[in-house]
Design a binder for this molecule. Structure first.
Ligand code: NAP
Length: 269
């Protein structure tokens, strides 16, 4: 039976088997999607073994392999030099392995109706997820970016990396009247302090997007809703990046009309 998987260390917490399994079942595709524990010193051997297995359609890649996997799999799209990490390995048309990253497109998908060209945006965070977000925002042609981070120096480096105009500022800097505010930091995640932003300067049609999905209702989203602003939660990106990977693995578009049921399953797991 053909199969795909998610690899990481640890891996038991991954929601990918639930998401891909749900879509496989819905589409009646006779294939499997599993979670496989791969320790850092086993990555090279794992990729070599899977490369030789014709039933293997590819894998999602999570911590701590997202950068290291690029030492073993080519990335013709240049993700190493841009986002700097890969979350998906699939078989190209010639059967060879290709590393890519679906986080950026997965992040942008729920914003498809928003014209971000030239618009001021604010982003919190300068870690791995922020790299995918900034890459996506640069592709969307945004205007000035206010990048807030605990370590502003790191944020300044990221603005330069992605050729974005804007300011790298500390977390307590005031927000500009941005069209979009994104939390791409760990703040608000279970076990982390909340992200406390003053949303007062945002216009009425601003969108607040928190990519944290555990918990789903973060203090930031609650504050945005209390102000009547449109919000996007972290499951949108999680499902969006998985959808793109699913298509690369199994050659079929997932049934996105079943997203509500999928979200319920994710929330109850
Ligand atoms: P990361 O690489 O470790 O980066 C963490 C970021 O949060 C950095 O900017 C860090 O600031 C900041 N931070 C961490 N703890 C902090 C604290 N106590 N006070 C202030 N700032 C703090 O993590 P990541 O991979 O980017 O992930 C960030 C979040 O995105 C996580 O909640 C993750 O679950 C979520 N995420 C969601 C999706 C999705 O599909 N929805 C995908 C990927 C990630 P410094 O730079 O100063 O260290």
């Amino acid at each position: 039976m053909t199969y795909a998987e998610v690899i990481g260390d640890p891996i038991a917490h991954s929601t990918s088997p639930l998401i891909h399994g749900f879509w496989l079942e819905r589409l009646g595709i006779d294939a499997d999607y599993r979670a496989t524990h791969v320790a850092p010193d086993g990555l090279a051997a794992h990729i070599a073994a899977r490369r030789a297995d014709p039933d293997w359609r590819g894998c999602n890649v999570t911590v701590p392999h997202k950068v290291a996997v690029l030492d073993h799999v080519p990335d013709p799209g240049g993700v190493r030099g841009s986002i700097g990490a890969s979350n998906t390995v699939f078989r190209g048309e010639d059967g060879g392995l290709v590393a890519t990253n679906t986080d950026a497109a997965g992040f942008l998908a729920p914003l498809a109706d928003l014209d971000l060209a030239g618009q001021p945006v604010a982003v919190v965070g300068a870690g791995g997820a922020a790299r995918a977000v900034l890459f996506a925002l640069e592709k969307a042609g945004v205007g000035r970016v206010t990048l807030l981070n605990r370590t502003p120096l790191k944020a300044a480096g990221l603005l330069a990396t992605f050729g974005l105009k804007g300011d790298a500022v500390p977390l307590d800097a005031p927000l500009p009247p941005a069209a979009l505010v994104v939390n791409a930091s760990s703040l608000g995640m279970a076990g982390q302090p909340p992200l406390d932003l003053d949303l007062g300067a945002l216009p009425e049609d601003a969108v607040v997007y928190d990519i944290v999905y555990a918990p789903l209702e973060t203090p930031l989203l609650a504050a945005a809703r209390a102000r009547g602003l449109e919000t996007v939660d972290g499951l949108e990106m999680l499902i969006g990046q998985a959808a793109l990977a699913f298509e690369l693995f199994f050659g079929a578009a997932p049934p996105r009309d079943a997203d509500e049921e999928l979200r319920e399953r994710l929330l109850s797991c």
